[in-house]
Design a binder for this molecule. Structure first.
Ligand SMILES: Nc1ncnc2c1ncn2[C@@H]1O[C@H](COP(=O)(O)OP(=O)(O)OP(=O)(O)O)[C@@H](O)[C@H]1O
Ligand SMILES: [Mg+2]
Length: 248
């Protein structure tokens, strides 16, 4: 079953088409990767799906129901959570309190206090934050802040979890740790994951399918092995990097 269906999605900012007539489906229970050079429109896609911005044209269906035009809190309660590329925890609150605020917003506020606390504990543990639960969020390393961002999103009880570069800036060991955590979380919470990542190896290893964007347009979609050898991807994506590296 397709959990998410995006049809003809367009977003313009003045004269700029950040997303241009994009159609994309995400199958339930999969990890679906999104890649593309800087400015390709990946984060904009998340913002439209999560209701943080309104599309210029097109439609978004979640579980077969139109969600474009709904407010972010409605969309969150419907079962979609996102992380932000620039992590923004409540710096003065503890790690645990940050995750608890996530739980206030989403699908699970009807849990009793004890069940709620157990869920928060489980999420902290699965995100490798158990030992840091009482630390101030401001004191965390980048790696732990990224995992806190995932934990907060997860606490809303999503069916679709959208991760925006949660591995950026991490060491290879921390990337491996994050991949392990995401697989555990996916299995335990029955998640479907839409993930933006520049760390190519991680994206290839994790994803069932990958969609590639270039300047607002969808230019390729398929299994990771097919994407890795797609000439249009090589030209649009790696070509940009090569040119930049070769520049004086
Ligand atoms: N609120 C905004 N107002 C104006 N332009 C915007 C806004 N948000 C994004 N853009 C522009 O839209 C384009 C797509 O941006 P977006 O952030 O979606 O790219 P991205 O693929 O996430 O890039 P990156 O890999 O750098 O995070 C860029 O040219 C960006 O400058
Ligand atoms: Mg982005």
């Amino acid at each position: 079953m397709m959990l998410l269906q995006v049809q003809g999605l367009t977003k313009t900012f003045g004269g700029l088409r950040a997303l241009d007539d994009v159609s994309l489906s995400v199958e339930e229970g999969t990890i679906h990767g999104l890649m593309g050079a800087n400015g390709a429109g990946k984060t904009t896609l998340f913002s439209l799906i999560a209701g943080n911005q309104a599309p210029t044209a097109g439609s978004i269906l979640f579980q077969g129901r139109r969600i474009d035009g709904l407010s972010p809190d409605h969309i969150c309660r419907a079962g979609i959570a996102r992380t932000f590329q620039i992590v923004r925890p409540f710096a003065g609150l503890s790690v645990r309190q940050n995750v608890e605020t996530g739980a206030l917003f989403g699908r699970v506020p009807r849990l009793g206090a004890r069940a709620q606390a157990a869920l928060v504990d489980e999420i902290l543990h699965d995100c490798g934050l158990g030992a840091l639960a009482d630390r101030q969020a401001a004191s965390l390393t980048l790696s732990a802040r990224k995992r806190l961002e995932v934990a907060r999103a997860l606490a809303t009880g999503p069916r679709l979890l959208m991760l925006d570069e949660v591995m950026a800036g991490l060491t290879p060991a921390e990337v491996a740790e994050m991949i392990g955590a995401l697989h555990r979380l996916k299995d335990r919470h029955g998640l479907t994951i839409l993930i933006i990542e520049h760390v190519m190896q991680a994206l290839n290893r994790m994803s069932d399918r990958i969609t590639v964007f270039h300047r607002g347009r969808l230019i390729a979609e398929g299994r990771p092995d097919a994407i890795a050898t797609d000439p249009a991807v090589a030209e649009a994506y790696f070509g940009v990097d090569d040119a930049a590296e070769g520049a004086p």
